[in-house]
Design a protein around this ligand. Structure first.
Ligand SMILES: C[S@@+](CC[C@H](N)C(=O)[O-])C[C@H]1O[C@@H](n2cnc3c(N)ncnc32)[C@H](O)[C@@H]1O
Length: 273
């Protein structure tokens, strides 16, 4: 178990370090190398999809992942939802169309993502149901108890730190509200140095403890890795020509990486009192 001092050190990562880290995340997400990870055709999803029900494309798999998060969160007409790391807005638009919540507030640190998201939301006539603004997951510009649900789809492993985000999401959730994450953690015994920044590199047990320390109860962490990593890389590989050396390198690296990490669906509730 971690000492009280190291917990406090995790929560007090200097703002300058955090801003530098977020600038690196933005630069990586905007790079041409990153675009190779998400060869979507009809959508602009940035997650790698849920392939259990036989998706034929990354667009379909990413939609399936989005539906899984929406169902797990139990979205309904009364909900006021915060989507943290909203990317290009695809998930918010699907949830709005299929679950009809009252309002979805997306936030992201990446100005390019937000600009495109806002334009697409406007074009789809959803501007009165979905708003997007620039903000960091670890410093949410919202009053306490503003949302009935907080969700984050394939983004929390990038936050500096994820634990700070647990505390912030607890604060902005209404009593009885729910947090749902699609996230990435190290597999037991395989502490993968390259993938995670030091502050987010911990086991599922520690993950649950950190959520509980933030005040959440009924924490549930479920592995869905076998329906994510392998089918995703199989899909990417199936589209490669023999001469695409960079593509084969990326697939090999991805396979190596995903043998050391797990993809998890996380739920946690804020108590009523
Ligand atoms: C892998 S993408 C997933 C995007 C979207 N949820 C989807 O499924 O298409 C991760 C997103 O999280 C955003 N992000 C990373 N760190 C963040 C932070 N500290 N606060 C808010 N958003 C962040 C990135 O800019 C990016 O848009």
């Amino acid at each position: 178990m971690k000492s009280e001092q190291s917990v406090i050190a995790d929560l007090n990562v200097a703002t300058a370090d955090r801003v530098l880290h977020e600038q690196r995340v933005i630069a990586f997400m905007d790079s041409s190398a990153r675009r190779d990870f998400n060869p979507t055709v009809k959508t602009r999803y940035l997650n790698i999809g849920y392939w259990k029900d036989g998706a034929n494309s990354l667009d379909e798999a990413a939609e399936a992942m989005t539906r899984l998060v929406g169902r797990t969160a139990g979205f309904c007409a009364d909900d006021s939802i915060l989507d943290v790391g909203c990317g290009f807005g695809d998930a918010a638009m699907l949830w709005s169309a299929e679950f009809r919540p009252r309002h979805i507030q997306g936030i992201d640190i990446n100005p390019t993502h937000l600009e495109t998201a806002r334009e697409r939301i406007r074009q789809n006539g959803l501007a009165d149901r979905i708003s997007c603004q620039r903000a960091s997951a670890v410093e949410l510009p919202f009053e306490a108890e503003s949302f009935s649900k907080v969700v984050s789809l394939e983004a929390a492993f990038q936050f500096m730190t994820r634990e700070k985000f647990f505390h912030e999401s607890f604060r902005v959730l209404k009593p009885g509200g729910r947090l749902v994450l699609a996230d990435i953690v190290p597999l037991p015994g395989k502490n993968f140095q390259i993938f995670f920044n030091a502050q987010n590199r911990y086991s599922q047990d520690e993950y649950a403890r950190k959520m509980e320390r933030a005040g959440f109860h009924a924490v549930n962490i479920r592995s869905i890795g076998k329906h994510v990593f392998r089918p995703y890389t199989d899909f990417i590989q199936s589209r490669l020509s023999l001469l695409n050396i960079k593509g084969w390198f990326n697939v090999t690296m991805h396979r190596l990486m995903s043998s050391r990490i797990d993809y998890v669906l996380v739920t946690a509730d804020k108590p009523l009192q």
